[in-house]
Design a protein around this ligand. Sequence first.
Ligand SMILES: Nc1nc2c(c(=O)[nH]1)N[C@H]1C(S)=C(S)[C@@H](COP(=O)(O)OP(=O)(O)OC[C@H]3O[C@@H](n4cnc5c(=O)[nH]c(N)nc54)[C@H](O)[C@@H]3O)O[C@H]1N2
Ligand SMILES: Nc1nc2c(c(=O)[nH]1)N[C@H]1C(S)=C(S)[C@@H](COP(=O)(O)OP(=O)(O)OC[C@H]3O[C@@H](n4cnc5c(=O)[nH]c(N)nc54)[C@H](O)[C@@H]3O)O[C@H]1N2
Ligand SMILES: [Mo]
Length: 770
Amino acid sequence: MAERYTAAHWGAYRIEGWGDDLRLEPLAEDPAPSRIGRGWVSAARDSRVRIQRPAVRKGWLDGDRGAARNDDAFVELPWDEALDLAAKELQRVREDHGNGAIYGGSYGWSSAGRFHHAQSQMRRFMNQIGGYVAARDTYSHAAGEVILPHITGMSNKDIEEGMTSWPLIARHCTMFLAFGGVSGRTAQIAAGGTSSHEVDDWMARAAAGGMQTVCISPLRSDLANLPNARWLPVRPGSDVALMLALIHELVSSDRHDRRFLDRFTSGWAQFRAYVMGESDGQPKSAEWAAPFCDLSADRIRGLADELSQNRVMVSVNWGLQRADHGEQTVWAGLALAAVLGQIGQPGTGFGFGYGSTTPPGRPKRFISWPSVPQGRNPVTDFIPVARISDMLLNPGATYNYNGEARRYPDIRLVYWVGGNPFHHHQDLLRLEQAWQRPETVIVHDHSWTSTARRADIVFPVTSPLERDDIMINRRDPSLIYMSQAFPPMGEARDDHDIFAGLAGRFGVAETFTEGRSEMGWLRWLWDGCQQVAQEEGFDLPDFDSFRQAGRFQVPNEDASRILFDRFVADPDENPLATESGRLTLFNQRIAEMSMPDCPGHPSWHEPVEWTFAADEGQLHLLSQQPATRLHSQLDNGSEAAASKIAGREVARLHPSTATAMGLHEGQIVLLHNARGGCLAGLKLDDQMRADCVVLPTGAWADLQQTSKGRICVHGNPNVLTIDKGTSALSQGNISHTTLVRVSPWEGPLPQVRVLDAPSFVARTGIEEER
Ligand SMILES: Nc1nc2c(c(=O)[nH]1)N[C@H]1C(S)=C(S)[C@@H](COP(=O)(O)OP(=O)(O)OC[C@H]3O[C@@H](n4cnc5c(=O)[nH]c(N)nc54)[C@H](O)[C@@H]3O)O[C@H]1N2
Ligand SMILES: Nc1nc2c(c(=O)[nH]1)N[C@H]1C(S)=C(S)[C@@H](COP(=O)(O)OP(=O)(O)OC[C@H]3O[C@@H](n4cnc5c(=O)[nH]c(N)nc54)[C@H](O)[C@@H]3O)O[C@H]1N2
Ligand SMILES: [Mo]
């Protein structure tokens, strides 16, 4: 009998048993299977909150133009009628306003299979009917994505895939400087799936070999408990000050690598003048940085001493740049590594995102497998992904992005698949206002997420366990045939079939499907894989054998990399694609953009909110990635549910802070600020800064009117976060920059409703003119 496997962004699994006895077993060779997978089957089978049939929002049918979109009942419709409605609405908007009035930005992680990738399917469809306004960059690392090409000449993707491999770090690095830590919590994930989780293992091996690790983070738990590990509990938002002070110390004591700076960087003179205070009168000394970082000047000087005596990897996690002026943590981190002069050598230098997901540093060969062709988007307009509320609230308004003065489009229809903006965006109450603006919102999801509940037309999709697919992630050496584990819930259809149905209504069914069914597309993808494999020097089995076996392991999979090695070996022969061919420590193009929040060299800026300038009682909110799920995915599953307190997400406080506020473990608290509030269950953690509160992101937002106003009764931190760009350079989100207060919740505890379906009403006849 055939082996059955499946895969998700959190891992790959063998499917065991059938029906109610079905289990997902992690792959035997995975050294640290993710706990997230334990909640997968229960979430997928959760009939309370799975979308069973196509549904249309009541108020939309009544012509409310979005007024009741944030809290409404639904009318269920047969597929054909719902598809007719959606097609008619798309057609109306195209005719009246053009395709530039359709937002298909549709950001989100959706699922790991290559064929049923929701956004790929949507883009293919939209491109065939005239296009859509797209989103640029990611929530993960927009600031990095925009600044890295300027300063390194490489895209974020090339940096991520070129990062120095773990075995070289384990062998050569003696001090791993981990800004934001290196966390097994986040290393549970790999975009597109993973057959193994190895980051904690690599860190342990390196530590056993004598490598020291310094966890520079408000939370000790951002680094596993390793021998030789140290914790520098830095004030959130102050890392750039620390980096500049370390550079200042190294330069003042003449322990910077002049040869490296001269030969491999441009703009050192300007940057040096800033660090030494020659250009602005303020030396960025340890004394200057100490109060910002809440570390003593001696401690900063001591660290600079140690750096000068070690073989150092400067590692910056992604979270550091999801913060106000997030570009600076990447640029100053690179500058610190340049001053140490060990870039391009085995195991040392600079890294961006070690541990933020599993693949960075993975010593494996990367192979570019084929994907579903999306075609070309005839609409060239886009927004930086996190400017969604700004766009909807201010059509026609101007803004800056990467040196361009741009204008927000006037969006009439929003089409969202495979993402959950009412989880991922900042300042959700503001998003609720913005979300009322479009005339129509269409969403595909398998579950009644906070976003699906705010759509006018909702199409139920299959979950990945209900369909066949292929995991072909170029950063993973396993190819996995994903077998259907159980039949689709209710009337759910695949995203592909939904778009094929719409394509038929636009007369482009053949162009969209190319006459292929799901299985036809999987075979087509596999044919493409076979060609790629041949070019790579190995053979893949035929499709049916692969399907029967369930997996294929790429031969000769091991490969090690050193970031910037070719450049450092010969910078004249292999210049970087920057304006100077060197790493830019002063960048003319950025300087010419004349942005006060991102000048021409790495620089210190106070964040809009931080504890250095806080009022009594304000705490810094760390809304880190959740340990029990992928963002909001599987929040309804058993693993996330078991971690909650009274059904609420858990917030962590230092015991001394809790005591001072008269709070105790297990209690329900209200986190609040001027933007909003949410409930959470309290846990104590003495391995964190006392001026912080941790509330992981991803609890399904459940906004209800209470005695304290409209709050999230379930614990989604994005009712508290700030909806502002990192800077005019990249306009990334700043979810890690937020101050809040914590108070006991008094009075009755509102019921969590978001884990049940919304209410339905009987149809009263659909408006004639629609
Ligand atoms: N406060 C705070 N906010 C954050 C962050 C933070 O650190 N703090 N992190 C940010 C980051 S880095 C990211 S990447 C974003 C993540 O934000 P998202 O990617 O939007 O979050 P997910 O919960 O993964 O949403 C994926 C959605 O796709 C749906 N889905 C799954 N499979 C399918 C499918 O086959 N078809 C369709 N149509 N839908 C499917 C899921 O049900 C889910 O609703 O959040 C950002 N928001
Ligand atoms: N389990 C799980 N893993 C995930 C995900 C998930 O949803 N669940 N999502 C994946 C995705 S899409 C992404 S983009 C990555 C994100 O990966 P990261 O960005 O690395 O993860 P975060 O949890 O946002 O942040 C890590 C830590 O940074 C620290 N930090 C925050 N602000 C500061 C600061 O100002 N200074 C310092 N020094 N430290 C600070 C916080 O203590 C936080 O715990 O995670 C991926 N991994
Ligand atoms: Mo992300």
